[in-house]
Ligand binder design. Structure first.
Ligand code: HEC
Ligand code: HEC
Length: 355
């Protein structure tokens, strides 16, 4: 079990409270004894991570809730024609990103979306979601996928009805939430519980930070260059400052990015800085899947940054030239470093496997 999953220890006090609760329950709640069957998980953030942004007090993690979320994540029942599940576009072996054959996502009826499905990791620490930050709470992400006409194309009311009539789900909801109620918020809570445990902090780079692995000379050279040239945006342990920037992949943007949400023309072409954890597995790159390899991304920063009004000032050099000049050797070293960010423990962790 990964170390961020911890069953809280039963203290004498909590046992006493439990007994008391049980006695009160015996007299008052009759059918509420299931509460005692719940196995809470305590979410412990890795010590070098920032404080989680997720509101755990509204959605207590339990083993039952996590398992319900897992079943839902793999279940095409969430789509209108039973053909697409969350896992269709978020594949664990690709760090929960989409198949490279689907540069932009493919939903029901082969409908083509407009954006590349990002990998999923460390969602408990993110302030906003999607390339434009249009969703501000993890609990609201799934409904967007379910109701998107080009993803799952299903009405949430219809999903809830299907789940209510399902042979297994009602018992699983009861076990997870101790109520016979099945509704949209509980559905979102369960999916969030599943995704919250996708903590990625077991890459070679993390082992290096902990002192349990060493990086090669080439990887160390890449780390140094990365800190000098990329870290201002892909910052800190999450490899994102969670801000919005135009990194010059287009001059004219068919997807206006952050401006879709803010309606501010100064945000046209700005996108959320993506985390670079597990980046070697999540090809193609950028919101519109413009680049197929890390080499292509590095060549872009070096010599193909395009001008526009909102281009990040960081990508404009003192002499007015655009981009971040990098030699071939420097690019190779940065790629070697980026490859140390792959977390094989997350990719192989059986708690995320389909039942
Ligand atoms: C048809 C493909 C597809 C399906 C199905 C799908 N997603 Fe996604 N997912 C995407 C795309 C594309 C994005 C980026 C959307 C954007 O930025 O506008 C995304 C974004 C996300 C994000 C935000 C990640 C971040 O860092 O901002 C989460 C979380 C997520 N999806 C979870 C889910 C869940 C849960 C389901 C099932 C209910 C699901 N997805 C179903 C394609 C899909
Ligand atoms: C000014 C801020 C900024 C700087 C500096 C910057 N990036 Fe980025 N990076 C971004 C933004 C914003 C995106 C997403 C753009 C989009 O999708 O339209 C991005 C995307 C990427 C991606 C694709 C991620 C994905 O999931 O598709 C990679 C890889 C990347 N950057 C690597 C680097 C490297 C390496 C450097 C240093 C040489 C660097 N970046 C410097 C802002 C920056």
């Amino acid at each position: 079990m990964p170390f961020y999953l911890k069953q809280p220890k039963q203290s004498i006090i909590s046992l006493l409270i439990g007994c008391l609760g049980f006695m009160v329950c015996l007299t008052a709640c009759q059918d509420d004894s299931l509460q005692k069957a719940k196995n809470p998980y305590e979410f412990v953030a890795p010590s070098n991570f920032p404080e989680p942004t997720y509101t755990f007090y509204n959605n207590e993690l339990t083993e039952e809730g996590f398992k319900l979320g897992r079943k839902l994540f793999f279940d095409p029942i969430l789509s209108i024609d039973g053909s697409i599940s969350c896992s269709s576009c978020h594949d664990q072996s690709l760090a929960f990103a989409d198949d490279p054959l689907h540069p932009v996502s493919i939903g029901i009826d082969g409908l083509v979306g407009t954006r590349n499905a990002p990998g999923l990791a460390n969602l408990a620490f993110m302030k906003e979601f999607f390339w434009d930050g249009g969703v501000t709470h993890l609990d609201f992400v799934p409904i967007n996928a379910i109701e998107s006409p080009v993803e799952m194309g299903e009405d949430i009311v219809a999903v809830v009805a299907k789940i209510k009539n399902h042979s297994e789900y009602p018992a699983l909801f009861k076990a997870a939430f101790n109520t016979t109620e099945i509704n949209m918020p509980l559905l979102m809570d369960a999916l969030a519980q599943f995704m919250l445990l996708m903590v990625s902090n077991n890459s070679k780079y993390d082992a290096y930070l902990k002192g349990t692995a060493s990086l090669t000379t080439q990887e160390l050279k890449g780390l140094k260059l990365f800190d000098q040239k990329c870290e201002s945006c892909h910052s800190g342990i999450l490899f994102t400052n969670q801000g919005y920037f135009n990194n010059g992949i287009d001059s004219v943007f068919s997807d206006s990015g952050r401006a879709v949400i803010s309606a501010n023309p100064l945000d046209i072409g700005k996108f959320r800085v993506p985390s670079l954890r597990n980046i070697s597995l999540t090809t193609p790159y950028m919101h519109n899947a413009k680049f197929r390899s890390l080499e292509a991304v590095l060549n872009h920063y070096d010599n193909a940054v395009l001008p526009s009004n909102t281009l990040a000032p960081y990508l404009i050099q003192a002499n007015g030239a655009l981009g971040i000049p990098l030699s071939r050797e420097e690019k190779e070293a940065i790629i070697a470093f980026l490859e140390t960010l792959t977390d094989y423990e997350l990719l192989n962790n059986s708690i995320f496997f389909k039942d």
